[in-house]
Design a protein around this ligand. Structure first.
Ligand SMILES: CC(C)(COP(=O)(O)OP(=O)(O)OC[C@H]1O[C@@H](n2cnc3c(N)ncnc32)[C@H](O)[C@@H]1OP(=O)(O)O)[C@@H](O)C(=O)NCCC(=O)NCCS
Length: 223
């Protein structure tokens, strides 16, 4: 399937205009053939990074994600090449006033990205069949309440919470410059400051998105 077949451009723009969060997943193995995956589309800093990746798959994932994000941003910012800058914490943004906010995440085989016209957001995708030591990671990175929930519900819950935590850190742009166990996504959701949406993109692939402010409609497309 092609990008043109899978992305309804008019609907995408209408959804952004009405304030919705719009998200897309891509399986890297069947990446749309009509997205120009071309290092010429990268800026200088991105090109330097592109050449530093040590594996073909991570290099492709980086290039494909930055190219497909540009394809989406070009729909909102029709004039001129898309500029992507980095905030202090490393979050990529497009500074053009007409650009939507966006965020993206990679796993070994998937890309997940989300857009919202007027609200910063964060996303994360993880493949849950990786041989992670969930107990050790929980102990190190989760709050007491999050650990308790994982003990009760099991491994899948760990990945739901993990993706929520990363999405939350990426929504605020801080990345990992905070002590992760001090960010309690369960309390934050209850208090209503942050909104989370978690879903299975496929068997063993979980993704979350997070944003502040009022709850939004979320429209997801698997490409
Ligand atoms: C950004 C971060 C938080 C997530 O990285 P990650 O899970 O390794 O990778 P992801 O693919 O999900 O996210 C990386 C993407 O997030 C975006 N990003 C990078 N820094 C960001 C920031 N500060 N805020 C928001 N987005 C950011 C970028 O688009 C980046 O991909 P790109 O450079 O190829 O475009 C990273 O700082 C990190 O080091 N993560 C380590 C994982 C960990 O220990 N997690 C514990 C959670 S319980």
């Amino acid at each position: 399937m092609s990008f043109a077949d899978q992305v309804d451009v008019r609907q995408h723009l209408l959804n952004l205009e009405k304030g919705a969060v719009v998200s897309y997943s891509f399986e890297l193995e069947c990446f749309p053939s009509d997205v120009a995956v071309n290092a010429e589309r990268l800026n200088e800093a991105e090109r330097l990074r592109y050449h530093r990746f040590s594996t073909d798959s991570s290099r492709f994932s980086f290039l494909a994600s930055r190219c497909v994000v540009r394809s989406f941003l070009e729909l909102s910012v029709p004039a001129g090449p898309i500029v992507i800058d980095l905030e202090t914490g490393g979050k990529p943004i497009c500074p053009h006033p007409q650009s939507p906010c966006f965020n993206l995440s990679h796993s070994d085989h998937w890309l997940f990205m989300a857009f919202c016209q007027d609200q910063a957001l964060g996303v994360d995708v993880e493949e849950t069949n990786r041989a992670n030591d969930v107990d050790a990671l929980s102990e190190r990175y989760l709050s007491a309440a999050e650990r308790e929930r994982v003990d009760l519900k099991g491994r899948d819950e760990f990945f739901r919470i993990w993706t929520r935590k990363e999405a939350r850190l990426k929504a605020s742009g801080v990345g990992l410059r905070v002590r992760l166990s001090e960010v309690d996504t369960l309390a934050e959701e209850t208090e209503g400051h942050w909104h989370f949406d978690t879903m299975n993109l496929s068997d063993g692939v979980v993704a979350s998105l997070c944003y502040a402010g009022e709850p939004r409609e979320h429209i997801y497309t698997r490409c």
